[in-house]
Design a protein around this ligand. Structure first.
Ligand SMILES: [Zn+2]
Length: 383
């Protein structure tokens, strides 16, 4: 079968367990070393292509070019630079400054600045421009739409005029509709889709990478690693509500792509790239072969390749091939078990699957240090 294409992967994040770690415990030079250490794991998990649309310190294009030049072993990669955010912020709320950059974020605003920032990203090697169309604010539930239609249009018009597609993080129905209507090419999450959003998707031709894997891992296994805080039902509800509507979009021809959101402690590299297909089967009711197409053939879009030139087994197509012990067209979960991968071919060459899985120790200051886990009151000592 064709190699997997992960359309939503954060190779430069280095598996942080909090936004504090991601934004404030990742020096630039160290981040590149960690990314170079992690990227071979993708290949060894059967991922032969991936899109990393937003990276910390704009490292993506350099990593992509390093892989292509043979400095680092890794899959084919398409890369973005920082994600564009308005001053409201993105998923990290108040950790995002009012202007400037932090971690993966570049705060922008006003037509001129948005145009200039978009042009700059293309100049420095962006295959994709990423926008956080929604963001979280402390006193509100869910995520708010934090871009106007005019601002989004400034991104898409500028990017498209420079032959560059745009991908948007959208975690509410309104933002998904807005993104589709303003010419965004790929929508991540598309959470809580409603009818107008589905209609806008169908009319626009935008693709969707729902990226259920992070939520599914949190809901199903989070408690095992101290995550989720009893919100498993909430996450399951988000998957169910989104999947039902996304199925309607899928049936109407909206391309669905598979992304794992690998790059966090709940989605470490090389472990969960195939899980999205299981969720598409379970929650969206796709057949295993339909789900596999989302993670292979449809991934051509994320890699900016012509359809059927990659992600398929065909004469003349890219020689990215897996040999699997099992039949994923019957049970797609076999693709998540690395022991069942007999061979991985990337660009026609066999990947060595017999080496030990890469291991490392923690770096100094890599995690958030705590003084204590509880407060030492006088009463506590003297009771
Ligand atoms: Zn993401």
């Amino acid at each position: 079968m064709p190699g997997l294409i992960d359309s939503h992967c954060h190779i430069t994040f280095g598996e942080p367990s909090s936004n504090d770690e991601l934004f404030f415990h990742r020096p630039q030079s160290t981040s590149m070393l960690v990314a170079a250490f992690n990227v071979p794991k993708l290949l060894r998990a059967g991922v032969t292509g991936f899109l990393d649309a937003d990276c910390i310190f704009d490292l993506g294009p350099a990593l992509r070019d390093g892989i292509e030049a043979g400095l680092v072993e890794g899959p084919r990669m398409t890369a973005g630079l920082n994600a564009l955010l308005t001053s409201v912020g993105g998923t990290a709320g108040r950790l995002i400054p009012d202007s400037g950059t932090v971690g993966y974020a570049q705060v922008t605003g006003g037509r001129d600045e948005i145009v200039r920032t978009t042009r700059r990203q293309v100049k420095y090697g962006a295959d994709w421009i990423k926008v956080h169309a929604t963001g979280s604010v402390p006193n509100r539930s869910g995520e708010l739409t934090v871009w106007s239609a005019e601002e989004l249009r400034a991104v898409t018009d500028t990017a498209h005029s420079l032959d560059t597609p745009v991908v948007a993080h959208c975690r509410n129905a309104h933002a998904t509709r807005l993104a589709a209507e303003t010419g965004v090419d790929l929508i991540l999450h598309a959470s809580f889709l409603d009818e107008p959003a589905v209609e806008a998707l169908v009319a626009s031709g935008a693709a969707v990478a729902p990226t259920f894997t992070f939520l599914a891992n949190l809901a199903d296994h989070g408690a095992m690693v101290g995550a989720g805080g009893g919100q498993a039902d909430l996450f399951r509800g988000e998957i169910e509500a989104t999947a039902t509507q996304l199925r309607r979009a899928f049936d109407a021809g909206v391309p669905v792509l598979c992304g794992s959101e690998s790059g966090f402690s709940l989605t470490p590299y090389g472990h969960w790239h195939a899980r999205e297909m299981e969720v598409l089967v379970d929650a969206m009711g796709l057949s295993p072969l339909q789900a596999i197409s989302c993670a292979t053939r449809n991934g051509a879009l994320a890699l900016r390749r012509p359809m059927d030139s990659i992600g398929v087994i065909a004469e003349g197509a890219a020689a990215d091939v897996l040999v699997v012990d099992g039949d994923p067209s019957v049970d797609v979960s076999v693709l998540g078990d690395r022991r069942r991968l007999r061979h991985v071919f990337s660009r026609g060459r066999s990947v060595d699957l017999h080496r030990p899985w890469p291991q490392r120790r923690q770096l100094p200051m890599e995690t958030v240090g705590q003084w204590s886990s509880e407060v030492l009151t006088w009463d506590r000592v003297h009771r």
